[in-house]
Design a protein around this ligand. Sequence first.
Ligand SMILES: Cc1cc2nc3c(=O)[nH]c(=O)nc-3n(C[C@H](O)[C@H](O)[C@H](O)COP(=O)(O)OP(=O)(O)OC[C@H]3O[C@@H](n4cnc5c(N)ncnc54)[C@H](O)[C@@H]3O)c2cc1C
Length: 562
Amino acid sequence: MPERPDVVVIGSGLAGLTAGAYLATNGKSVLVLEQHDVAGGCAQTFRRKKKWWFDVGFHYIGGVRTGEMARLLKGIGLGERIGFAELDRDGFDTLVFPDLEFKVPVGWDAYTERLVETFPYDEEGIRAVVGVMRSAMEELRKVGVPGPDTDLEEYVRLAPTVVSWGMRPLTELYDEHYVSERARAVLTAQAGDYATPPSRTPVLLHAGLIDHYMRDGAFYVEGGGQELVGNLVEVIHANGGRVRTRAAVERIRTAEGEGEAEGHRVVGVTLAGGEEIDCERVVATGDIKHLFGELLDPEAVSTETRERVEGYRMATPLVTVYLGLDFDISERMPATNYWLHSRYDQEAYYGPVAEGRLDEDPPVYISSASAKDPAGAGHAPEGCSTVELMTWATSDPEAWGVTDEGANGKYSKQESYNRIKDELTEKLIDRAEQQLGPLREHIVWKEASTPMTQTRYTLSSEGSCYGIEVATDQFGPLRPAHRTEVDGLILGGVSSRTGHGIVAAMQGGFECAAVVLDRDLRSELAAGAVFGDSSELTTDLPGWDSLEASRKLQEKSRRVRD
Ligand SMILES: Cc1cc2nc3c(=O)[nH]c(=O)nc-3n(C[C@H](O)[C@H](O)[C@H](O)COP(=O)(O)OP(=O)(O)OC[C@H]3O[C@@H](n4cnc5c(N)ncnc54)[C@H](O)[C@@H]3O)c2cc1C
């Protein structure tokens, strides 16, 4: 690694690692800097007592066979190295309401017919709504999103559904087709995947999410999210790049543009502790408010941009309860995710969030790596299993019992915080027991993470793992572009145009690499390009461990094939 790398990437989540992997395999010297001591950000799998492995933010994805995930992995030689376990094709998500259970099958036709069977009186509305989502995605696949050079008249002709519905809220689509409250609840029940109320959810966001499961199926990565992280770290290292953990960037240094150039340009970064690294390109994938509010020199950014960034609404954060159980959960649940809803009015979940209080009756999402990846080693000891229970909730510190003294990381010592966290934990377990039967007497490990935990580990604003809310006023062209007004600063990560989620974060990282390289990487991928030499990787050697490959990277040098 030269003293002055071509590119510094801030953050080793999937966005940063994908950017780093594509840049390194295309000949750039890349230094990825991560403030935490393990690479991976939200995609980490953490271990407890060397027995229990828990996924933070990788529970299921689509697009792994023919979609974006397949393309992105293939392009850096990881196509054959990452295994995916498929969830139940007849019900990868199981939506549970007080008097209704709906299994979501793979395939738009199967999905539509099951919806119509369940809600015969809504047949016309359901077919219209699903038709709009399907057409929008088909159009998008053919013509893509419009760019600055797009002939807009032609675009309107080729993508009429995207233009007419893409940016409008889901509720308008349901209203237009008189869809009943029960049917719209089922159509929207997986909204925890983005945590936006239906009145602000762009039709295209929801359509894109459902479509990426419908076309290929839904999958869990074998061995957990860290497998993907560890492989990406190795791609970077094998191609001359470097990932450093415990390397928090405190400042992005800028200077005035040279010659005719207006504005500021990147000249380097400064780490906590004072180390300075010079570079002309920075791909920033951490929190956007932290980036514009703290990392950048105030004079480097226009007041307009600064105010716009300050004004963005963060997405509603998630809360997770991690359980280690002394029995095999696959006896009680197939390879599905349960979405447990106590009400049909999906908008109502966001009232407590807006009011800064915890919901008395929150929705609960259940995921189990043991059920999804039974052949996968490691998740839990033989005959045991892990389960994650999730919900979404306000980040308001007061609602969580965190007072001023509890800020700055000391919240976890506060009695009020722990009491509230424990109460919510027990509530989620109660609800999970209604679905899965008795769990309490089987719990061997239990812990929970809150919005405060998320901020502590990833430095995200308001504990949000999804970045700025993906909503009608913060979507598509209204979301920050990868190019910024600071020359050499490229924005990646969940708040950038490509958005949040495993696949989107990686797609965003890929787009950042394309901007740095100033090449049409997407067309190159489509033409079959594979960058880098995967025969150099050691990830298939006996004893390779994804967590070991991702941690304490301030000390380790790379493993090489002998
Ligand atoms: C509980 C939960 C469940 C989820 N479930 C799913 C799911 O099932 N499917 C799905 O598709 N998505 C899911 N997601 C979302 C998905 O995990 C994320 O959108 C994605 O991993 C984000 O990747 P990222 O690289 O953009 O951001 P992050 O993973 O947040 O990475 C950003 C990194 O930057 C680092 N950083 C920040 N500031 C600095 C700095 N100044 N210096 C150095 N480093 C810095 C952080 O420490 C972090 O490691 C889930 C997320 C969570 C939290």
